[in-house]
Design a protein around this ligand. Structure first.
Ligand code: AMP
Length: 283
């Protein structure tokens, strides 16, 4: 059976109330659609402890900058509905922009510091848009558990911080990045890549793995590690580095030496397509 789609806040709340009335736990997977196996893995993870899984599909205008890909971001609701059904989702919430942002909406959620580095530096206002829509969705759906992907490491950290700081009654779970066989992290934006760019793209993850290899070989100097990472990313044909940084895994602040848990996070343009990836550095 295809997963039913509702469009309004009232409808999703009524459906969730019915599920709760039956004693079911609510799991929630917020997405922007163009669903792939990474999203499906989140939906399946949600279905394990939660008997009723809601997936939101909403290309959120407030997290796109004026020159970003909001209008051309892929929208494929029919295919998304198939992915949701196959992964076991019980309900899709696909609101319009007007449903989510009535005119005169004036409140926003900002998580300072964590939102300033990495993607926040090159996408001003991005995480304010993400946090605002995610908190609104949490308030609308009122899930017990919400699922996010480790691929968007900074986003997951910021949402955990928001939930903790604002006492939002939801458990946040972060699931591993799903990759193609060649290592490329699945992303809705991969479909923008030309054949040449697609062939070059797995080198992004290979550069992150090479960084891990240097750490495994006892390199602890972050400037040396970052230089190696940047050299490898710069060598990818047609690439332009937005950032390639090794930061504290919790605070996302820069480090001099790897004396604390750290993450290597990168954003790389292949042509006009901006791809992000990361690796949590182990010993
Ligand atoms: P998006 O629709 O791209 O905003 O992503 C919705 C959710 O899916 C976010 O929590 C992402 O981190 C997660 N996600 C996207 N790509 C992947 C992936 N390759 N593996 C795991 N989770 C992912």
């Amino acid at each position: 059976m295809l997963t039913p789609i509702v469009r309004t806040v009232e409808e999703v709340q009524a459906a969730v109330a019915r599920a709760r009335g039956l004693g079911l736990n609510i799991g929630f997977v917020p997405t922007m659609g163009a669903l792939h196996e990474g999203h499906a893995a989140l939906i399946r993870a949600a279905g394990l402890p939660s008997a009723f899984v809601v997936v939101s599909i909403f290309v959120n205008p407030t997290q796109f900058g004026p020159n970003e890909d909001y209008s051309k971001y892929p929208r494929s609701l029919d295919a998304d509905q198939q992915v949701c059904a196959a992964a076991g989702a019980n309900l899709i919430f696909a609101p319009s922009a007007d449903e989510m942002y009535p005119t005169n909406a004036a409140a926003f959620v900002d998580v300072s510091k964590l939102g300033d580095a990495l993607c926040g530096a090159s996408r001003p206002g991005h995480f304010r848009g993400v946090c605002t829509v995610v908190l609104k969705l949490f308030n609308i759906v009122a899930p017990d558990v919400a699922y996010f992907g480790a691929k968007d490491y900074q986003q997951a950290r910021i949402i955990q911080q928001m939930v903790s700081d604002l006492n939002v009654p939801v458990i946040v779970k972060v699931e591993p990045t799903v990759r193609e066989a060649d290592g490329l992290a699945l992303s809705s934006r991969n479909r923008y890549l030309s054949a040449e760019q697609r062939a070059a793209a797995p080198s992004i993850y290979r550069a992150l793995q090479a960084t891990q290899d240097r750490v495994s070989n006892s390199e602890r100097d972050v400037s040396i590690l970052e230089a190696g990472l940047q050299t490898e990313l710069a060598a990818i044909p047609g690439s332009r580095i937005d950032y390639a940084s090794i930061v504290d895994a919790e605070t996302l602040q820069s480090l001099v030496l790897l004396v604390r848990p750290a993450v290597a996070a990168v954003a790389v343009y292949l042509g006009t397509t901006r791809l992000i990836d990361n690796i949590v550095l182990g010993k």
